[in-house]
Design a protein around this ligand. Structure first.
Ligand code: KIV
Ligand code: ZN
Length: 515
């Protein structure tokens, strides 16, 4: 498998398509944190948002453009003048700016959504890609719903886009409809039929509706595509997008087969996955390939026996390669700041002195309650202390009483816009009492849609990690919290979700991005 460009470009869209996951929303500060982590990971392009869709998105893209120096910063826009201008405004100060414009090309979209003829779409492509190219050197064009479009018409559309200046032509499987063999044939067809194709990079953007996003992306690379659009943990619209960590490890583990490897620091895959899960509140399923909690767990006796004799009998990649549990060394209350900071580095967290001090302070508090501090505990401290945004609601104190002979009662101190208020309330159990009280204090008319709790490590002194989903007037927000005291973890998760809800309320769409 070889083409003129023997390198795979990783285009990350966690901050754009990933943010379209139900319940996931990130504010500007969180998006910048994720973008910096993606840059450290080594992604070539970061799609930072859809600037016309809301003032918050515009600000986030602009802020990321101002911070990121190594990766390209991409702004998405429809094939409309006002979108294109907004995208350019947002990315123009980036060291490597890129505009990504799109329009649908399938007959079904043309007839029911765009209400345009094929000819009109061709003209719109010529005009919009031309406008993008007059503003920016790096322009990507996507034919939305490409996999359900007429193949010859699609080839004409991409020919026009390249003639108008597109440097990358993206082939989205918008509704996750294709399969690896068909997608291979489509990419081959485009390589044969699109005039000027040798001047452009072929990119693919796959959705996971039938669970084939990763396989389809890999198949496209075998047919000559050289850019993969993907997201951390595979998050995204509906069933999500191609998972970055999976495609990256496929090309790493099977270099012998593919001969092309993306320039990603694989040891940062796991910390990045945890960071995105924490910030979006979307948990990673335990059996998820590469970054799931069980990805390197050997349960069966036969497997354990083989593994203990020789790791490679049952391990095609080591956990260390993906930054998973870099060491099994345990820290405790006698460990010093130096040991902690070395462990942070090994776990992929490159923090400055001020942040290391913050983590160390919390580490000592937890070490007083918990004998052994594992990597997972350290990671939870970093996510809580460093990546948690300052926001409207801040949990100050809780006192909860429950048992067989008392009515469960919670007393809560909450700072709302820095003003501390206190209230008490009852419930059917301790969590119910706590949640009813906090929700009443917040003024939200919110309902708890889902609640899950897990122990971060083993043992009765383990930290609990709580993930919840809150709904208020049709909007949902997720929240996460961790603490050795599970009721404190519950309260932290709720306050985190309330802060996200607040952010969503302030994020009124400037324009509904209809097509
Ligand atoms: O799925 C899709 O078609 C998209 C485009 C905007 C590339 O996300
Ligand atoms: Zn998409």
């Amino acid at each position: 498998m070889s083409t003129s460009q023997d390198r795979i470009i990783i285009f990350d869209t966690t901050l754009r398509d990933g943010e379209q996951s139900p319940g996931a929303s990130m504010d500007v500060h969180e998006k910048v944190l994720v973008a910096k982590q993606l840059e450290m990971l080594g992604v070539d392009k970061i799609e930072a948002g859809f600037p016309i869709s809301s003032p918050g998105d515009f600000d986030a893209v602009q802020a990321i453009a101002g911070e990121i120096t190594k990766s390209s910063v991409v702004g998405l826009c429809r094939a409309k003048d006002e979108d294109i201008k907004a995208a350019w405004e947002a990315v123009k100060d980036a060291r490597k700016p890129c505009i990504h414009t799109f329009i649908a090309t399938s007959d079904i979209h043309l007839k029911y959504q765009l209400r345009m003829s094929r000819e009109e779409v061709l003209k719109a492509v010529e005009h919009s890609v031309g406008l993008c190219s007059s503003l920016c050197n790096d322009v990507e064009f996507s034919a939305m719903d490409a996999t359900r479009s007429d193949w010859d018409y699609l080839a004409d559309v991409y020919t026009v886009a390249i003639e108008a200046g597109a440097k990358t032509i993206n082939v989205p499987d918008t509704v996750g409809y294709t399969n690896p063999q068909e997608f291979y044939n489509l990419i081959t067809h485009l390589r044969n039929k699109v005039r000027g194709i040798e001047k452009a990079v072929i990119s693919v953007h796959c959705h996971n509706d039938l669970g084939m996003a990763v396989a389809n992306s890999v198949s496209a690379v075998m047919a000559g595509a050289r850019q993969i659009e993907c997201t951390i943990n595979g998050i995204g619209e509906r069933a999500g997008n191609t998972s970055l960590e999976e495609v990256v490890m496929i090309f790493n583990v099977r270099k012998d087969l593919y001969g092309v490897v993306p320039a990603i620091d694989t040891t940062l895959l796991y910390p990045t996955s945890r960071l995105v899960s924490h910030i979006t509140g979307i948990p990673v399923q335990p059996n998820k390939a590469v970054v799931g909690a069980n990805a390197f767990a050997h349960e069966s006796g036969i497997h354990q026996d083989g593994y203990l004799k020789e790791r490679s009998t049952y391990e095609i990649m080591t956990p260390e390669t993906v930054g998973f549990g870099m060491s099994r060394l345990v820290l405790g209350k006698h460990s010093g700041k130096h040991a902690l900071s070395k462990r942070l580095e090994a776990l992929g967290y490159h923090l400055d002195e001020k942040d290391v001090r913050k983590v160390f302070k919390r580490f000592k508090e937890i070490a007083d309650k918990k004998k052994e501090i594992f990597d997972e505990d350290i990671e939870a401290i970093v996510l809580e202390e460093i990546y948690r945004v300052p926001a409207k609601y801040e949990l100050k104190n809780i006192v909860v009483s429950s048992g067989t002979a008392v009515v469960p009662t919670a007393t809560v101190q909450l700072a709302v816009d820095n003003k501390v208020i206190q209230e008490a309330g009852f419930g059917n159990g301790p969590v119910d009492a706590l949640y009813k009280t906090i929700i009443r204090m917040s003024g939200f008319d919110a309902e708890l849609k889902s609640f899950s709790i897990k122990a971060i490590t083993g043992g009765t002194d383990a930290q609990g990690e709580v993930t919840i989903e809150l709904e208020d007037k049709g909007k949902t927000a997720v929240g996460q919290g961790s603490d050795p005291d599970i009721l404190v973890a519950c309260a932290k998760a709720l306050v985190n979700a309330m802060n996200r809800m607040e952010f969503l309320k302030g994020r009124k769409a400037m324009k509904t991005p209809s097509l």
